[in-house]
Design a protein around this ligand. Structure first.
Ligand SMILES: [Zn+2]
Length: 309
């Protein structure tokens, strides 16, 4: 039996899992105090540590250099050029891997989730922003280091300000904050509308709008559909570039399902190059929940062990 610990390091939380072979046997969620990301990561691993653990993996939100496990930079996680892998290996004295969180999640989906048995897959995470990962020929494709940051694909000239500091990125129109923004804009124009009455004034978050849509509110469904359409528009570009067998959609907003993915599929099919001569690849909701990044990080560390032996 191979015992591994995987952690998923986000801007406000670290999720840690302990896996035995490919089964999750324990997990714990930690809030990350202050600016010491690597210290928090070490503390999270230590909580699930026992002496039979043979490898440790970490998925970190942001730009990560897989080859030496350095967290280079990210808009939501503190620090830059942090040698996370070196610190983990020194602290725990077992092989460690450190990868981008979406790469780790994609690896988990390939091994245990919606993409099992596939070779060429894109993972697109839709939440606060859009993240992603490329599985090419059964392996994670990282480019020279940072492939899959397509939330910052240029979508609109002179578009909205993005968290990354640039303008017009895809995630400014397709993300949780984008849904909340168009909800607020719609409300400003229709302050007496049904949606405004349903939601308390000022309570226009992605979550409240998707909940109203699920409850059958037509306006809310229209807003979700509008974000779905912008999402599909970008997916169409990804399909033209990668021609994947399947697109797996993860993240909080991605898990909304058909009310968002239906419009996304329709727009992607309409806009797809050669669309009448090729099928649209399946666009499906991720099979694993929010633990996928931590699970994938642990599995990647097992993979490293297996390759080394
Ligand atoms: Zn951006």
């Amino acid at each position: 039996m191979t015992v591994s610990i995987g952690i998923d390091v986000g801007g406000t939380k670290i999720l840690a899992v302990r896996i035995e072979d490919d089964e999750v046997v324990a997990q714990e969620l930690f809030s990350t105090p202050g600016k010491d990301m690597v210290g928090s990561a070490v503390a999270a691993v230590r909580e699930l540590w026992t002496d039979d653990v043979s490898s440790v993996g970490a998925g970190v939100a942001g730009l990560v250099r897989f080859v030496d496990g350095v967290f280079v930079w990210g808009p939501h996680v503190p620090g830059s050029n942090v040698p996370v892998r070196e610190v983990l290996e020194r602290e725990f004295n077992v092989p460690a891997v450190v990868d981008n969180d979406a790469n780790a999640a994609a690896w988990a989906e390939l091994q245990l989730g919606a993409a099992q048995g596939r070779n060429d897959v894109l993972l697109v995470t839709l939440g606060t922003g859009i993240g992603g990962a490329v599985i090419a020929d059964g392996d994670v494709y990282r480019g020279s280091s940072f492939a899959g940051e397509w939330g910052h694909m240029h979508y609109q000239a002179n578009g909205l300000q993005c968290d990354c500091g640039k303008r017009g990125c895809w995630e400014t129109v397709a993300s949780g904050p984008a849904l909340a923004r168009i909800g607020r804009e719609f409300n400003a124009l229709n302050p007496e509308g049904q949606l405004a009455q349903r939601l308390r004034q000022g309570d226009f978050t992605a979550e409240t709008i998707t909940r109203a849509a699920d409850a059958g509110d037509e306006t809310a469904r229209g807003l979700v559909s509008q974000v779905g359409a912008a999402f599909g528009q970008g997916l169409c570009s990804l399909i033209a570039i990668f021609d994947p067998e399947m697109i797996v959609v993860g993240g909080g907003l991605g898990s909304v399902g058909e009310s968002l993915l239906g419009p996304a599929r329709r727009v992607a099919a309409d806009a797809l190059h050669g669309g009448s001569h090729r099928p649209l690849p399946p666009i499906v909701v991720a099979g694993l929940g929010p633990e996928s990044g931590a699970i994938g990080a642990a599995l990647l560390s097992q993979e490293r062990l297996a390759r080394a032996s």
